[in-house]
Ligand binder design. Structure first.
Ligand code: PLP
Length: 381
């Protein structure tokens, strides 16, 4: 059987075929050495390895698995999701122009705004879930990057990636899709026309809330932007260490299983909360009432992800009291882990238009009936 005939669950469970050739172990080894030896004739003992910043075997393995899952020509791992985003934006020349979706993960928006100010880059923020608005922004002038996040955090808006590709072409821009909330399983942005797909691997890819990581995968490894990203990572040194990469590979072995369970749980919880008298609104792309539902049906497969937001009836106090009464959901930022989390986003980003009664839920792999019972008792007070 050819490797590219294999399904994601097989690729992930077998860590893309990793066997330790030295010991025969079915688990890949960790080699923490920062440098690699040469023989007496000054030949490298292993010609693939000179120095850890450039040559890190657990990182290479993680990248190989992610490339197979994404259908990518190449992948680069970074020490955090933000480091991956920064690596993309550092390819934009001073006084360039970038088009970025508004209302996405606040940390991304905040860093991009600061970066663009420092580098005199024109930043156009646009509601990219409206394909016509994105198209108009792209048609106005050339740009180097179009950056979208779908589904978005915390609004769960969906962006039409195929339409975004056509728009990006109008401004001759590289299209980058942050697909963190969709994971490499539920959506294939590269097949839909993205040039680069980005993930915070800190979230579902690792899935155990114990590794920070970022991913960029490309459909064209000879593009100048990709080559610049690779050179910059190598020379500027935003690299993941071998222990983190090893943990990440271990986490990824169960990625398809976790994503399947988390998405199923999230769907049931979204349906339940949509009928709940103490909930004003639920944002989840798997609900037919969601404005992006049809698009999500078309460009996601196997579920709609683990992330949802709700507006609690009764305003800020009711939302905070609900969060405070939850017993199983941990009150903590982040998403995508095996344990369910709840976050009052307004506390984190008070001046960005997030409603004070919004709670963001990251649904884990627990028994869904336990999670629903916990939400019920917390909402009813
Ligand atoms: N993109 C999204 C959608 C996120 O939710 C996050 C973090 O929450 C990031 C990027 C940044 O990733 P990291 O925290 O790994 O730097």
């Amino acid at each position: 059987m050819k490797r590219n005939d294999l399904k994601p669950a097989t690729i992930a469970a077998q860590a893309a075929g990793a066997i330790d050739p030295a010991s025969g172990g079915v688990v890949p080894p960790i080699q923490p050495s920062t440098t690699y030896v040469r023989d007496r004739d000054y030949e490298l003992v292993n010609s693939d390895n000179v120095y850890l910043r450039s040559h890190n075997e657990p990182v290479r393995l993680g990248e190989a698995i992610l490339s197979e899952l994404e259908g990518a020509e190449a992948t680069q791992l970074f020490p955090s999701g933000m480091a991956a985003i920064a690596a993309v934006f550092r390819t934009v020349p001073n006084r360039g122009r970038v088009i970025v979706q508004s209302g996405i993960y606040w940390g991304t928006t905040k860093w991009i705004r600061d970066f663009c100010t420092r580098r005199d880059i024109t930043l156009v923020e646009v509601e990219a879930s409206d394909a016509a608005l994105l198209r108009r922004a792209c048609a106005e002038a050339p740009a180097q990057l179009v950056f979208v996040e779908t589904p978005s955090n915390p609004w769960l808006k969906t962006v039409d990636i195929h339409a975004a590709r056509e728009s990006a072409d109008l401004s001759d821009a590289t299209l980058v899709v942050d697909s963190t909330a969709a994971t490499p399983l539920l959506s294939k942005p590269l097949a839909l026309g993205a040039d680069i797909v980005m993930h915070s691997a800190t979230k579902a890819i690792n899935g155990h809330s114990d590794v920070l990581g970022g991913v960029l995968s490309t459909r064209n490894k000879t593009s100048p932007v990709w080559e610049a990203i690779c050179i910059d990572r190598n020379e500027a040194g935003a690299v993941m260490g071998p222990f983190e990469a090893w943990l990440l590979v271990r986490g990824m072995r169960t990625l398809p299983l976790r994503v399947e369970r988390m998405s199923r749980n999230a769907m049931k919880i979204a349906e339940h909360l949509a009928q709940h008298p103490h909930v004003e609104q639920v944002f989840y792309p798997g609900l037919p009432s969601h404005p992006g539902f049809e698009l999500a049906q078309a460009q996601m497969q196997g579920g709609y992800g683990f992330l949802l937001s709700v507006l609690v009836r009764g305003g800020r106090e009711a939302a905070l009291a609900t969060a405070g009464r939850l017993n199983l959901f941990h009150r903590a930022t982040s998403l995508g882990g095996v344990e369910s989390l709840v976050e009052h986003r307004h506390t984190i980003e008070p001046d960005t238009g997030i409603p004070e009664n919004l709670l963001r839920l990251s649904i884990g792999i627990e028994d869904v009936d336990d999670l629903i019972a916990d939400l019920n008792q917390a909402l009813l007070g």
